[in-house]
Design a protein around this ligand. Structure first.
Ligand code: ADP
Length: 487
């Protein structure tokens, strides 16, 4: 009843609290986007389970803190070893639950899960130092002290990868954790809890409460006993979380949506530009970082559009477990209909569908055709709101200044892609773009040491390298006087 065998793994679908499995009176279904199969019935938590999890995490905190960065590193590396041991099964489980490509789970995502743990565990030991400096002979000594319980709220588009991007630094920093995974993709986190126990993560240090955002999620972020909230998801949810956090003045780290530009200048390598633009359909467009607005210089716009359409229409859509598939299904029917709504409103408003434009009728289910929209009205919804599906919109520009103005003309500021043939020109362009990350002639090169986050409504704060520890830890300065010593 509480356990289900999927992809060769036994997944316990109850919460994981204080090292034990805890059931709830009610459950919710986890449904596969591939074929609509009900994969599991998962415990539906609320404030009772959240309270219990926060109590467990608080009780476990002193022991985990006092273990020190070296002791924590050993355990986190063991946990990473176990992720690697079960990598093939985890990749399959995640694909069943969220519909992303199996080959990318195998080769990119799950190796990254292990790396998230190793990287931050090592960073805490090897890199988390600030040089001592003097003020009138006094030494300033900076330390990063564990801060308490970190509440982690994660989305469904890359469930375990985005969860461990928070779990890794939080645990490495000496915090204990309560994780609330997304209700559309609860399974990998449930299994991960067993791996944590097997790796020797002490009871209560890592807890998982399953359930809906408005129930378990809301109860968790409102809890006065948590020290940090790290959230990845949508802007409206971030606003609700910020309101709860305000009551307790709990520090938040938010990574939210985007409507990122991909700028192609008229001296760009056209093949590269097309290749990078087509990559924006990765994960069926369910990537916050996607450059969904193609801003192309008017001199090359026709050539670009033709080459892009030809390449995009060759993308193979289908079962995400098939090695040849390049675009899988959307996560959920509700989401598919949301994407469809965006396209319908855009065309009703005068925009033109260049390719795609609706669900893939041959495949049925939750497959939406890779879509390109052109001729949308300036300021219209399709140019400003996040669709989070395989829907790109193209605009043209006549000068680089105009490109920057168009690029910045949104409430978001997560990422930008610039495809350009000249370094000086690229530097001038990037200088005035508002974005947390800019890729020039490349896409998705993500170093865990680099700051990551969004400007404007795309987020609050940065994580990555020491920036992660600046958030999860209490940064402390201790000042030692030169006098007063007995020796
Ligand atoms: P998406 O549009 O990506 O589904 P959400 O921001 O609604 O975005 O969901 C991301 C995560 O936030 C999920 O784990 C969800 O359960 C959680 N969540 C949703 N609403 C709330 C809330 N009011 N408080 C806390 N967490 C929430």
């Amino acid at each position: 009843m509480h356990q289900v065998t999927l992809a060769g793994l036994t997944v316990d679908t109850r919460h994981f609290i204080g090292g034990e499995r805890v059931a709830s009176p009610e459950t919710f279904e986890s449904v596969s986007p591939i074929d609509g199969a009900v994969l599991a019935h998962v415990a539906r938590g609320g404030s009772a389970e959240v309270n219990r999890a926060v109590d467990a995490a608080r009780a476990a905190f002193p022991g985990w803190r006092d273990l020190g960065a070296d002791g924590r590193r050993e355990i986190l590396h063991r946990l990473a070893d176990l992720v690697e041991r079960d990598l093939e099964q985890l990749a399959n489980l995640e694909t069943l639950d969220n519909g992303s490509l199996l080959r990318s789970h195998r080769r990119g995502v799950m190796p990254r899960v292990a790396m998230n743990l190793r990287f931050f565990a090592d960073w805490a030991v090897e890199k988390l130092h600030h040089p001592v400096w003097q003020t009138r002979g006094h030494d300033n000594v900076v330390s990063w002290d564990p801060s308490g319980v970190a509440a982690l709220i994660t989305p469904w588009n890359a469930p375990l990868m985005l969860a461990t991007w928070k779990i890794g630094p939080a645990l490495a920093a000496g915090d204990t954790v309560v994780l609330k995974p997304a209700e559309w993709t609860p399974l990998s986190a449930s299994y991960f809890a067993d791996l944590a126990a097997e790796a020797g993560v002490p009871a209560g240090v890592f807890n998982v409460v399953q359930g809906f955002g408005a129930e378990a999620g809301a109860a968790l972020v409102a809890h006065p006993g948590i020290a940090r909230i790290s959230f990845t998801g949508s802007v409206p949810t971030a606003k609700a979380i910020a309101r709860s956090a305000a009551d307790n003045l709990t520090p938040v780290s938010f990574e939210l949506g985007g409507k990122s530009p991909l700028i192609v200048t008229d001296d760009a390598d056209l093949d590269l530009a097309v290749e990078l633009a087509v990559e924006q359909y990765d994960n069926a467009g369910q990537v916050c970082l996607s450059g969904t607005r193609l801003l192309v210089h008017e001199n090359i716009a026709d050539r670009f559009q033709q080459a892009f359409a030809a390449k995009a229409q060759q993308l193979r859509q289908g079962d995400p477990r098939d090695e040849a598939t390049q675009i899988g299904p959307q996560i959920h029917r509700v989401h598919l209909e949301r994407i469809q709504g965006f396209v319908e409103r855009a065309t009703a408003d005068g925009a033109r569908v260049v390719i795609g434009g609706g669900p893939n009728d041959e495949l049925g289910g939750l497959y939406f055709r890779p879509t390109l929209i052109a001729d949308a009205k300036p300021g219209s919804e399709i140019l400003t709101a996040e669709v989070f599906g395989p829907v790109l919109a193209m605009q043209t520009f006549a000068s680089d200044d105009e490109a920057v103005t168009l690029a910045n003309n949104t409430e978001f500021g997560l990422a930008a892609v610039v495809v350009c043939g000249d370094r000086d020109r690229a530097e001038r362009l990037t200088k005035n773009l508002v974005a947390g990350t800019i890729w020039v002639n490349c896409f998705f090169v993500r170093d865990l040491a680099a700051p990551f986050g969004g400007s404007k409504k795309s987020g609050i704060g940065r994580e990555g390298g020491t920036w992660s520890f600046d958030f999860y830890a209490d940064v402390k300065n201790t000042v030692y006087a030169p006098t007063g010593w007995k020796e």
